[in-house]
Design a protein around this ligand. Sequence first.
Ligand code: PEP
Length: 247
Amino acid sequence: MARQFFVGGNFKMNGTIDSIKEIVNNLNKATCDSNTEVVIAPPALYLLLTREHLRKGIEVAAQNVFDKPNGAFTGEISVAQLKDSNITWTVLGHSERRVILQESNSFVANKTKAALDGGIGVILCCGETLEQREADKTMDVVLAQLKAVADVQKDWSKIVVAYEPVWAIGTGKVATNEQAQEVHKGIREWLGKELGQEAKDKTRIIYGGSVSEKNCKDLAKQEDIDGFLVGGASLKPAFVDIINAKA
Ligand code: PEP
């Protein structure tokens, strides 16, 4: 079952008006594999600027969204506001939010449902810490994170699962091809059992954690790796090589 390769760029809390314009201009000029779906996630303040300057065919994602429609929620952004701004995706459940901002599995699940109900696609992050991996808890942790979403949301056609081992994020320590493939395969099997054959066959499962222009081609050859969520390298010109990992 062919799944369209998907590459997301997560800028995190990086960039300025000038540097983001430069990244966008580079992407506008770049030759990107037309078979790859590309989405970039700048900080909230620069979403509109990015959407305005970025060429059609590349989508823009928020790095977070709130689960309530509007009201007294200082500092938050609603799904409707993303829609209104032509922002079609959001990242949710990134480990930096789960760990630093203490977002629970159920909060991430509620936000995922709110985004999907409002027509926004979700890059749903999951992943284990080093301690959890060493305690042989990787699949328990990852599947608990995903199960919370499956409990409230049965249609996963607009969800891209990003498996991001916490120990590999921003550390330069990439999971081996085998480690990543093993977890992706486990997630895919779970999708089949939990949500059915279609979810198993069609859900994109992308890998994140120190992906670079050097390691992306081998990772992309793994059967269950359908793309990447890229942090640090998405700020550099080499992001285009990662987009073209399958070309
Ligand atoms: C991320 O933030 O989602 C990420 C994978 O970061 P990096 O590529 O820098 O490890």
